[in-house]
Design a binder for this molecule. Structure first.
Ligand SMILES: C[S@@+](CC[C@H](N)C(=O)[O-])C[C@H]1O[C@@H](n2cnc3c(N)ncnc32)[C@H](O)[C@@H]1O
Length: 229
């Protein structure tokens, strides 16, 4: 059985390659999990990431890679056919600046994939609250780790522009999330947070709801933002 993220990545790959791009930039490329899915499919593939280690590893794997930040891209206007964000928007402090820059350096537009929860379903609300709980602790270490962006929040910086269209799908494979794994990760994060009583109470509530309502893996949103010609 493939990992759910492999399935989401396969779907996203098809979405990105649909317009037959010749030059693709991925912003927040990490160790290249997305770029490797499109290797050999475009004349130019470039990754950008703030992490020097990730950039070095990508270069070692034969990719063009640049160290930098989404909010100020070191590229010319329209230098790429498409700019991709794969599981990165919730790591970016200034999404408005990042999307503006991505639109500037892309000729056709931007493709986004990120985590999404279906908050209409009890088992997803529990999973979403656990995700928020983990991120609260990550942020105490100085990491930018934000709540997942809703479709409205993702498109908000472009909403006043008449030269832009967008569409999106929210996809979810309804797989149960292991309560044992939740307990293990929760204990690890509580130790990291120094056994904070308020966080412990919030975690106990999440575990109680997981037993009562179940808890399921995250889904993903895939959004295309296109420049109208
Ligand atoms: C969850 S990883 C995703 C990696 C890869 N895109 C993937 O699909 O697996 C998020 C990445 O965003 C990068 N990142 C964090 N802040 C960023 C910023 N301001 N601009 C660009 N990338 C950023 C991190 O270094 C990390 O590599």
């Amino acid at each position: 059985m493939p990992d759910i993220f492999d399935i989401y990545r396969d779907e996203f790959r098809a979405r990105v390659l649909g317009g037959r791009p010749r030059a693709i930039l991925e912003v927040g490329s990490g160790d290249g999990a997305f770029l490797k899915t499109v290797q050999g499919e475009a004349g130019r593939l470039c990754g950008l990431d703030p992490s020097a280690d990730s950039v070095a590893r990508l270069k070692g794997d034969g990719f063009e890679a640049v160290q930098g930040s989404a909010e100020t891209l070191p590229f010319q206007d329209g230098e790429f056919d498409v700019v991709v964000f794969s599981f990165t928007p919730h790591h970016i402090a200034d999404w408005t600046a990042a999307l503006g820059e991505a639109m500037r350096v892309s000729r056709n537009g931007v493709e986004i994939m990120d985590v999404w929860y279906d908050d209409t379903v009890a088992d997803q609300r529990t999973a979403h609250d656990f995700d928020r709980w983990l991120k609260t602790i990550d942020r105490r270490t100085g990491m930018v780790h934000l709540d997942t962006l809703s479709p409205a929040e993702l498109i908000a910086p472009m909403i006043a522009r008449r030269d832009v269209t967008y569409d999106y799908v929210c996809r979810r494979i309804a797989a149960p999330q292991s309560i044992d794994e939740t307990m293990r990760l929760g204990a690890e994060y509580l130790a990291k947070a120094g056994e904070d009583a308020e966080l412990k109470r919030a975690f106990d509530d999440i575990v109680a709801r997981a037993h009562r309502d179940g808890m399921t893996d995250e889904g993903c949103i895939q959004m295309t933002i296109e420049k109208r010609r």
